[in-house]
Design a protein around this ligand. Structure first.
Ligand SMILES: [Zn+2]
Length: 359
């Protein structure tokens, strides 16, 4: 019996020894295999990322960080700075008219987003692309709203908060200088309507800039000789959530011939005329302020629903026809800087009066 037990024990011990020895021999291979699996998974992740566009990568990276660190990046984007690039080297351009942000990062190559993941989210981001050019990496962000960017930075990152105009200002106004570029509007004796419209609006801008009222945000559809489309002009007002939309033009007779007809008229949306604090009252305020300041003839408020920017603006809108370019006296005055300044002051006053009256 004892012999049998010893034999059996020997067999068992030998078997165990063989298994242990085999496992020990095999163990390093198991280890290598685990390592290989990790590398494979990393490779797969990179391939997955390579198939992602910049927006998908942003969402992917943000979701990972969110779940790992419990950090929330609501309405904020974090952009990583490449080696030797300071926050000051990065240019950020925020185009209110097209609701596009362009960020140029020096030295960022085609692998920038892999090496320096961008993190964050905003419900205002419609699309986001990345392209590397010779000297810069360019991030382009399309937005569904006019946004104000609030930037902060440290040595590794730039942080950008996306705020709507109304999150920054109590009141928001969009001011539109008519025509522009190769669309001069009325042209009389070498004087273009577009230039007078712009001159007046730039003087309104000077008044707002000098006053520095931080409770009022003012946006301009153009401040140079550009010609935004009508859609862009209205879009800007609608996407800024503007409280008021003021468009500045100058008049001419239907025939375009010089005549005695002169004076200031303001167009409004008669379809929304019954609304309290609507387009009609705003037009009336503008008309009163303009004629009082300029001493011009009142041509009254005029129905303007058929005008695209009036019809499609989602807020009270007034289209001011400051004067007639087809009237010699008025043309001379409109072309005079002092008169333009008075018109600008009247528009500025009309905007504040509208606020006082509850707009
Ligand atoms: Zn015009």
């Amino acid at each position: 019996m004892e012999e049998k037990v010893i034999k059996a024990a020997t067999v068992i011990i030998t078997a165990i020894s063989i298994i242990v020895a085999g496992t020990l021999l095999f163990f390093p291979q198991l280890h290598i295999r685990a390592e290989e699996n990790r590398e494979l998974r990393a490779q797969e992740a990179i391939e997955r990322k390579e198939n992602m566009d910049a927006l998908e990568m942003l969402q992917y990276n943000t979701a990972n960080v969110d779940s790992q660190e419990g950090i929330s990046f609501d309405q904020q984007l974090r952009i990583a700075l490449p080696e030797n690039v300071t926050p000051e080297d990065v240019s950020v351009e925020n185009d209110y008219l097209t609701q596009t942000i362009i960020i140029k990062i020096p030295g960022a190559d085609e692998n920038y987003l892999y090496n320096y993941p961008m993190i964050g989210k905003s419900y205002h981001i419609d699309n986001l692309t990345y392209e590397s050019e010779s000297e810069y990496g360019v991030i382009e962000i399309s937005l569904d709203s006019v946004v104000e960017l609030q930037k902060t930075s440290d040595e590794h990152y730039i942080y950008m908060d996306f705020l709507t105009p109304h999150e920054v200002y109590d009141k928001v106004v969009v001011i539109d200088a008519g025509h522009g570029g190769n669309a001069p509007g009325a042209t009389k004796q070498g004087i273009n309507e577009k230039d007078i419209d712009l001159a007046i609006v730039l003087k309104v801008k000077e008044l707002f800039d000098e006053a520095g009222d931080e409770s009022v945000g003012v946006y301009y559809t153009r401040t140079d000789d550009s010609n935004p489309s009508l859609e862009q002009r209205v879009d800007m007002a609608n996407k800024a959530g503007a409280d008021l939309f003021i468009s500045v033009h100058n008049n001419s007779t239907k025939s375009g011939r010089m005549s005695s007809i002169n004076g200031t008229a303001v167009m409004y949306d008669e379809e929304k005329a019954s609304e309290e604090n609507g387009s009609m009252q705003l037009a009336q305020i503008c008309l009163e302020e303009m004629t009082a300041a300029l001493g011009s003839t009142s041509k009254g408020i005029v129905k303007g629903h058929e005008i695209y920017i009036i019809r499609t603006a989602e807020m009270p809108v007034a289209l001011i026809e400051v004067g007639f370019m087809t009237n010699q006296d008025e043309l001379n005055r409109l072309n005079d800087e002092a008169y333009q300044k008075e018109a600008a002051q009247a528009i500025y006053n009309a905007i504040y009066r509208a606020f006082q009256e509850g707009y």
